[in-house]
Design a protein around this ligand. Structure first.
Ligand code: AVJ
Length: 325
């Protein structure tokens, strides 16, 4: 965006929640940026490339589960129900969900598919793809926040709910945030509703480390893209040459953390703010939390769910757990 365009948008930018979140993060003693802002159009594309890169095993593991075990998953999601609301949080491209939907149609289950996503762009693509693959599908998308979407559906639908939250998206929350998230999710469901969560498991730390520091540098670009986004949308002047990406997996806590490291003392300018960086100073960008299987069961119980079933991939690297509200 040029200066002129920027001036026009200045007010909305400065009062916008993106700007507020960015600045409050960068004012902290340990600077941080929220990873949810990775996903603009360029970030969506980079993430799609990450999902296909050799080191990023997560997507392939969960695809294996949905391809080979859709019937088993469905059995535990539906029980005796022949009619449900199928809700998906952060649906993305729904490539795994397609297997489940195919199985539901084959079994002549009546359902409305309700994907919730923050990105209108992603939802549009998803709708097109789903209607092409399944012309008879009843699809009602909700653009916005997960919980707004869920609250909306809680008032409109009286059918039993099946809620999908795939792709280790829960991992972008700290353990504490994840626990709060699950409590809130439970509060919007009725007894008997079921949820399916995709969770990345602890494993040989070298494998996890490699998934977040791929050889092709896609994860590096994915992180740098947020600097570019701030330049474009907020008029900042980050120089990506002055940062490098660093990722570290701690096998004791199961936390994988991504950082950008400032290579020099320097100043970054926003239209009405400056941010000082010292050489070697970090910006915390993202957590990707890994769990032990037993921890997922404890998480379920602590948030008022009953763990009822779980399906892992052949190598036991990734698990889809099914909980009952
Ligand atoms: C989309 C949150 C599951 O943490 O594994 C991929 C995002 N970040 N590579 C993850 C991501 C770096 C991803 N999730």
């Amino acid at each position: 965006m040029r200066r002129e365009d920027l001036d026009q948008n200045d007010l909305s930018n400065r009062s916008g929640v993106f700007y507020q979140d960015v600045l409050s993060g960068l004012r902290e003693p340990m600077k941080r940026l929220p990873s949810k802002y990775f996903y603009d159009a360029a970030g969506d594309l980079l993430f799609q490339k990450i999902m296909r890169c050799p080191e990023y095993y997560l997507t392939r593991c969960e695809e294996e589960i949905f391809r080979d075990k859709a019937g088993e998953l469905l059995e535990h999601l539906l029980q005796a129900n022949r009619q449900v609301d199928l809700i998906e949080l952060g649906a993305g491209d729904a490539s795994k969900t397609q297997h489940l939907i195919g199985e539901m149609l084959q079994q002549q289950i009546h359902f409305t598919y309700r994907p919730i996503d923050i990105s209108p762009h992603v939802l549009e693509q998803l709708g097109d793809r789903m209607r092409t693959a399944f012309p008879t599908i009843d699809l009602q998308a909700f653009q916005g926040d997960y919980f707004d979407g869920l609250a909306d559906m809680a008032t409109t639908g009286a059918l039993p709910k099946v809620v999908l939250f795939l792709g280790a998206n829960l991992g972008n929350m700290t353990r504490q945030q994840a626990a709060q998230f699950c409590v809130r999710l439970r509060s919007l469901l009725h007894t008997g509703d079921r949820v399916l969560l995709g969770i990345d498991l602890m494993k040989n730390p070298r494998i996890i480390q490699a998934a977040y520091a791929d050889e092709a540098g896609l994860t590096w670009q994915f992180n740098m893209n947020l600097l570019r986004r701030m330049n474009k949308e907020l008029g900042a002047d980050f120089n990506e040459e002055l940062f490098e990406h660093y990722c570290q997996y701690d096998p004791v806590s199961g936390t994988c953390s991504s950082y950008l490291v400032s290579l020099l003392d320097h100043v970054v300018h926003f239209p009405d703010e400056q941010v000082l960086f010292e050489k070697d100073e970090l910006i915390h960008m993202e957590v990707s939390q890994k769990y032990r299987f037993e921890e997922t069961q404890a998480l379920a119980r602590a948030s008022g769910f009953m763990p009822v079933h779980a399906v892992a991939d052949k190598r036991n690297w990734f698990v889809d757990v099914i909980w009952e509200a």
